[in-house]
Design a protein around this ligand. Structure first.
Ligand code: PLP
Length: 443
């Protein structure tokens, strides 16, 4: 039995700052240096094999915290003392698929897709939100808030509703996919559509969290990243605790990139995995400040993009909050950053669809990125590669229908143009006449 719990504290993420804060404190940035915080632990030593067996045994349990694909791994995110405070929708538990068409398209012998879009609200944000809202519950928060490109708001609205908290979501007007907006409205959140970008919404909600009692649930909240670590933990468990050569993830605000690095470091330090895989972060060309930073000679200052543009709205972010933590992940994993065009994202998405899997546009940046990285020789044909599909196909149905009808338009600032679409699948229009349909289809 796991009785004594490791001590969790909030530590400054800056290497040059040693500030520490109790986890009961409502604080998002270090008071001494202004940097982001990490949840740090005083790990209790226990053989990894024993803990792995416990993870496995919980799969036959009926308890909510054992069935959750986040809290099942609670030894690795031990910040909740009272399990009655946990707010869960049974998140995680997402499948990992072999995808032969995506492999061939991206120049690999095989590829695996871990589909975080199979979460309760359809994106990986649920992995983080169960942790963030549970901590809000511990702190006695009655109202929570976030800025969002869509999925954070959908997820936060659901978990807040479960916990009887009020939810305020700030979104960029006109730039949130309809599936996501419909969720936030249905789950009862107050939705504030801001005339501006995600980054404007982020700035406003950060200020509001300091001035009011709204508890902030963006990915700068370190408890959310603890939950997102479970994406990697579950992936490694599914792979028999054998790390792949590469993990590929889309990069927006870079919370996931940051959480993945922390998970990999802890799993390696604690003896759960024998080696650390390489991580590739993929951005959309029109919203790629982190790509520019990573490939510049001076990585000490991110130059933000005030006008990010991509149809992959989940990663339409010009000023990513977690860029310093993300750099830490890339250093740890010997990682790379790549960027892909709208056409590449759109075609990769259609190929993932043809595998019978499907995802939202931002997620498809991963397969598009792998194709680029195999072409340039960075990834080898026989490397083992896992792409993290971040959101469900049904989040952004307009994009998909427009693509297949040849009506997907993108304005890169130089004027609107059509995305060509190499894998269109047009509906067939027919009269309500069986024989005419047979003739037309040749069946
Ligand atoms: C939030 C989100 C991203 C971006 O993740 P970050 O952690 O902000 O980098 C990518 N894809 C989808 C579908 C998302 O919802």
């Amino acid at each position: 039995m796991n009785t004594s719990r490791p001590l969790a504290i909030l530590g400054c993420s800056s290497e040059s700052c040693s500030a520490r804060y109790p986890i009961e404190e409502r604080i998002y940035l270090c008071r001494q240096c202004g940097e982001l915080l990490d949840v740090d632990y005083d790990w209790r030593s226990e053989p990894a094999a024993d803990v792995k067996q416990r993870f496995l045994n919980r799969r036959t349990s009926g308890r909510a915290e054992d069935r959750s694909g986040v809290w099942r791994y609670r030894e690795l995110l031990p910040f909740i003392e009272d399990s009655a405070k946990i707010v869960t929708l049974g998140e995680g538990n997402t499948p990992i698929y072999e995808a032969s068409r995506s492999a061939e398209y991206s120049g690999l012998d095989s590829i695996r897709l871990k589909h975080q879009g199979m979460n309760p609200t359809g994106s990986f944000k649920d992995n983080g939100m169960t942790a963030g809202v549970s901590q809000a519950n511990v702190l006695g928060a009655t109202a929570v808030a976030c800025a969002s490109t869509g999925n954070t708001s959908a997820s936060m609205a659901a978990y807040a509703a479960r916990a009887n908290m009020r939810a305020y979501v700030f979104i960029p007007a006109g730039h949130v996919a309809s599936g996501k907006l419909s969720q936030a409205l249905d789950y009862g959140a107050t939705v504030i559509e801001i005339e501006g970008s995600f980054d404007d919404a982020m700035r406003i909600v950060r200020e509001l969290a300091l001035e009011t009692d709204l508890y902030l649930l963006n990915s700068m909240n370190p408890f959310r990243l603890e939950g997102q670590k479970a994406i990697i933990i579950e992936m490694m468990e599914q792979l028999g605790w054998l790390a792949p050569d590469w993990i590929i993830v889309p990069g927006g605000n870079l919370g996931n990139t940051s959480a993945f690095g922390k998970a990999l470091k802890e799993l390696h330090d604690l003896g759960f995995i024998g080696r650390i895989p390489r991580l590739a972060v993929i951005q959309a060309e029109g919203a790629s400040p982190f790509f520019s930073l990573f490939n510049s000679s001076d990585r000490s200052r991110l130059i933000s993009n005030p006008h990010p543009s991509t149809l992959a709205t989940a990663i339409r972010i010009g000023n990513p909050v977690s860029w310093k933590k993300a750099l830490r992940t890339l250093a740890l994993t010997d990682g790379v950053v790549e960027r892909v065009t709208e056409d590449e994202i759109a075609d990769a998405k259609a190929v993932i669809g043809r595998d019978g899997i499907g995802c939202e546009p931002a997620s498809a940046a991963t397969v598009a990125g792998v194709k680029k990285l195999t072409s340039s020789g960075k990834i080898g044909r026989d490397d083992s590669v896992v792409c993290v599909l971040t959101g469900n196909l049904l989040k952004d149905p307009d994009y998909t229908v427009d693509y297949h009808k040849g009506a997907l338009k993108f304005d890169d600032g130089a004027g609107e143009r059509l995305v060509p679409g190499s894998f269109r699948n047009l509906p067939v229009h027919a009269a309500a006449d069986k024989q005419a349909i047979r003739n037309k289809l040749g069946i």
